[in-house]
Design a protein around this ligand. Structure first.
Ligand SMILES: CC(C)(COP(=O)(O)OP(=O)(O)OC[C@H]1O[C@@H](n2cnc3c(N)ncnc32)[C@H](O)[C@@H]1OP(=O)(O)O)[C@@H](O)C(=O)NCCC(=O)NCCS
Length: 376
């Protein structure tokens, strides 16, 4: 098996910021409008009034302070409450591919590569904007890559699951250099009208280059990171679910119904996923003959500050700090599968040769994916 390295990462950050204050103002205006619209039913006790959201709750319950989005006006319009994207002709680069290419360019530059050096493209994300052709094929064409491309979706674990597929392809020699791209347009699947979750997500795109260690050139990035191991697990749960899909039109259901966007039992997810993720990481490290305390940095999935604190506490009995497990969700919110890759992208340059790190995602499925890396 060939040794595999990650030689570059890239990040596309959307142009618009929505602060918690802006978000709550829009939500509360929407709630007031709904309550006025249904005043009679509410007065008759036939309908519960909508309750206001609050900045204090959001920050305390999640640690999120703001999020980036591709389009802001539609989200903050109480008469709309979702982004407004202009449809594009088929000849134009699609939105997912556009942000995928932007992130890919950064990763290629870090790795010292051109698009034509790539012979595999994986577009891995929690939502795909169309059924086919695969966005990966579109990105492959746009950057001039060779080989093959395919889309894959394991919700919030899409990126780590794709890094394993890429690493396996390189290990086996079926590809030499694989580009993993995670365009997460979460603003389009988030239910901005639901107080329980309207604050959760943000848009972003990350990319990573996974390649054979011999022949890795190095570009503008930090040193290569050897992939010591990858480990994936899934365990079926309905606690995070989205029923949008191609059968909807045949089921004669409302395409705007609540179950056609992101839904979760947040408390249950919190309680069930924390022990699952901590045990997964511990087991993966043990397989490699390592202990959690030997790990210099954990780049964890970014859904909730409290979840990451508990995962780290279970693993190391230490309090989480930005040096051990950097938190990026205060700025980006939950960016689905891209969160742990943003943390790895932004917080690895200060580590030394020989330092060990774990990239770990957790989310719907349930799914947990870990990648143990060592700086060369
Ligand atoms: C979503 C999450 C932040 C909610 O936090 P929580 O502490 O579980 O909050 P709850 O949903 O239990 O709500 C607590 C209270 O706050 C209220 N509340 C909910 N949303 C609110 C809001 N936006 N503003 C003010 N109050 C709110 C609830 O109504 C509830 O009130 P009650 O106690 O009177 O019933 C948290 O559960 C979480 O992050 N879970 C994991 C999510 C995750 O990782 N998902 C993966 C997605 S990929």
């Amino acid at each position: 098996m060939k040794p595999v390295v990650i030689t570059g990462t890239g990040l596309y950050r959307p142009p618009h910021v929505i602060t918690n204050a802006e978000l709550v103002e829009a939500f509360n205006a929407y709630a007031d409008r709904q309550n006025a619209l249904h005043a009679e039913a509410i007065a008759a006790g036939e309908r519960a009034p909508m309750t206001h959201s609050s900045v204090e709750f959001i920050e305390k319950a999640s640690g999120i302070k703001q999020r980036y989005v591709l389009e802001k006006d539609g989200v903050l319009d109480p008469a709309r409450m979702r982004p407004k994207f202009a449809p594009r002709p088929d000849e134009q680069l699609s939105l997912m591919a556009e942000i995928g290419v932007a992130a890919a360019q950064g990763a290629l530059a870090q790795a010292g590569l051109q698009g034509s050096d790539i012979d595999g493209v994986l577009c891995a994300a929690a939502n795909m904007q169309r059924a086919y052709p695969a966005m990966a094929c579109e990105i492959q064409a746009a950057i001039g890559a060779r080989g093959y491309g395919f889309d894959m979706n394991v919700a919030c674990s899409s990126a780590t699951f794709a890094i394993e597929q890429a690493a396996n392809a390189v290990r086996c020699g079926t590809a030499r250099r694989v580009l993993v791209v995670n365009p997460e347009i979460t603003s389009a699947h988030l239910e901005w009208r639901d107080r329980d979750c309207h604050f959760i997500f943000g848009d972003v795109c990350t990319a990573a280059i996974v390649e054979a260690e011999d022949g890795a050139r190095g570009g503008t990035g930090t040193a290569p990171w050897r992939v010591l191991g990858t480990r994936l697990v899934t365990q079926y749960s309905n606690n995070i679910r989205n029923n949008a899909g191609f059968l909807n039109r045949c089921e004669d259901t409302d395409p705007d119904a609540r179950d056609k966007t992101f839904m979760q039992e947040g408390r249950k997810v919190f309680k069930e996923v924390v022990p699952m993720a901590a045990a997964h990481i511990e087991g993966h490290l043990a397989e490699l003959g390592l202990r959690p305390a030997q790990v210099r940095r954990y780049w964890l999935h970014q859904a909730n500050l409290g979840m990451n604190q508990l995962v780290i506490k279970r693993l190391t009995d230490r309090a989480v700090d930005d040096d051990l497990a950097p938190i990026i969700l205060s700025e980006y919110a939950n960016t689905a599968s891209a969160g742990s890759v943003i943390a790895f992208h932004a917080h690895r340059a200060d580590l030394q040769a020989g330092d060990l790190g774990v990239i770990c995602s957790f989310g719907a499925g349930y799914s947990v994916g870990s990648v143990v890396v060592q700086r060369l």
